[in-house]
Design a protein around this ligand. Sequence first.
Ligand code: SAM
Length: 719
Amino acid sequence: MNLSDNEKRDIVKLIEAGRPLPDKYRFLLFEDKREVELVWNGKTNEVTNVVLPFQTIEQVDEPRSEKEARLQGSLFDFDSRGRQLKGWTNKLIWGDNKLILSSLKNGPMRQEIEAQGGIKLIYIDPPFDVGADFSMNIEIGNEEFTKKPNVLEELAYRDTWGKGADSFIAMIYERLSLMRDLLADDGSIYVHCDWRVNSYMRLVLDEIFDKENFRNEIVWKYTGSLAPQKDFSRKHDTILRYSKSENTIFNHLFTPYSEGAINRFDKEDNFGRYKITYRDGKEYKTYMKEGKRLEDTWDISIIMKNDGDFTNYPTQKPSKLVENIILASSNENDIVADFFSGSGTTLAAAEKLGRKWIGSDLGKFAIHTTRKRMIGVQRQMKKDGKNFRAFEILNLGKYERQHYIGVNPNLREEEIQQQIAQKEKEFVSLVLSAYKAEAFDGFKTFHGKKSSRLVAIGPINLLVSRLFVEEVIGECLEKKITKADILAFEFEMGLFPNIQEVAKSKGIDLALKYIPRDVFDKRAIEKNQVVFHDVSYIEVKPHFAKATRGKADLVSIELTDFSVFYNQDSIKEVEENLKNGGKKLLVENGQIIKISKDKDGITTRENLTKEWTDWIDYWAVDFDFESKKEIIRVPKKESLQPHIDGTVDPHQAKLPEFEEIWTGDFVFENEWQSFRTKKDRNLEMVSVAKEMQSGKHKIAVKVVDIFGNDTMKIIEIKI
Ligand SMILES: C[S@@+](CC[C@H](N)C(=O)[O-])C[C@H]1O[C@@H](n2cnc3c(N)ncnc32)[C@H](O)[C@@H]1O
């Protein structure tokens, strides 16, 4: 190290005084001397190592809309229930991609990915379009309602953009580092950015992927109507392409020749049409190819309302754009990933082009939009006689919640339990304060009181079971309590509305309410924004008919009722603040209401959700629920664990060993579904008839409402 004695003394003094070192020492002290480097407040090379197990929420094997599931055969065999029997299942993961990426990198799914050759291509389109992503436009009749983002989604935005470019770059830096580690050696990444961030992004990518691995700056040129007064119109985005190494997959793409160019190939021999070109004074025959080689400027129209795959997702990119990327940098059967997948453009293009895919998004609505889009793609491919793959929807579920509250899942079981007990206390007081209830001691099951109602809070890391509710009812009977609320993140499936009926018959008014994820946001609690909404309500009716063969019956399911209890904005406030001649849509207790003010200031209210079916966007049936157990893979207790705090463990290079455990829950297998699309707003209310053998069966019905939230109901039938 080339330091003078004075400099050495200065450094020691400054460190002892706890003061920062002057900038020049960065270049004197550290070996890695970069010529140019982007620095921002809080820059660190630390990358999270946390591993949370993925939980499968739902599986979509084959979009069956016909009576009998036909076997697709060939490459991906399906059983008689339409389940894909072998091969890779595509993955749509709901959650924060930082935790997803680190769990993919360090967890057991890594082995599954590596067995398929690794991830060959990543395309990402991070949220640089400030504020556009999480609020959703939802059609209701002829009106469009804007659903506000929930506080957690807003928080993600604040983390991203709260401190301007600094926080955006810090967010993307860590994620890009994780993506690099996940990419196969011959893989590549395409990062989509616009004029706001492309200058920073290039430097960050140079640092993470190495300047040598920069391959292209693609300019996506589009047209549009908005034009600034004093600037040239901004009509392009930039897509930066980096490879992981020198040896990378690349297929040339071609655009059609112009007529003039075709005419220049004016000669022909046995090898085809050609023209004469000259190089170094010599003559060469240049043959006509499929077209002109695609260059780095792409002229592609933005997505339009009348495009076949338009989803109304605010930041949806055109399919052609990602198709080019997929065709150029991956081959059939390769895994393609998009960790900011939005409406699922990359995933749909990957499926159509015969690639495997992994997608993730933090927005519930994005996941739901993608679910419908992918089923649409599967249906079309099935119709066209093409192969397609099953996909599953996963999340980090209750383990993600443990992470939010700071429980380290990589500790020993005993320590986890101690941490949970302590955190549980903090959690209970957090939820009580968000619910505006006071803490109350001396009960077995209750934690607090809100006016005349007692409040019980379910556990953080488990769903509320029937047993839990029965204990609450037991204590109500014992202590003559007539009004009780149970707050929980999740309730055991099929619990309501039956359990409320049971309570009612015993003279107890029992309300079950969801704790929103926003409860972890202190600012939301302070601002009084946390809403605990009631559980939705589903009613279904099975219909039976005799099957032609054996002891089987044909069973179909009719959806007969559905209610939600959401709120967004208050009628009073909207009426006060609305300008004359204006209108606004709001939600009150599960009704979408349009408030209009005429030019004289007279207000009128119109209920737009006239029918209960207006709230339904999608529903699906699993005719044999409980046939597929939800299995997660967790690290074996005795194996080496990566640290949660981001410190690098010398054993990190080795993956810990994992074991499979059953969570006690089941995977919803999406056997039949009906949903609204942009083009077709109709919904079938009765499922197909399914042949079922004699005996008892549990049938699960899942309803996703127009806000993208889902509820399930389980019924038992006997044949
Ligand atoms: C610009 S959009 C992507 C649009 C997409 N290319 C398409 O064609 O639909 C960015 C997406 O990133 C998601 N997002 C933002 N922060 C995220 C995070 N931390 N983890 C996962 N997804 C995130 C947003 O929900 C949004 O859907």
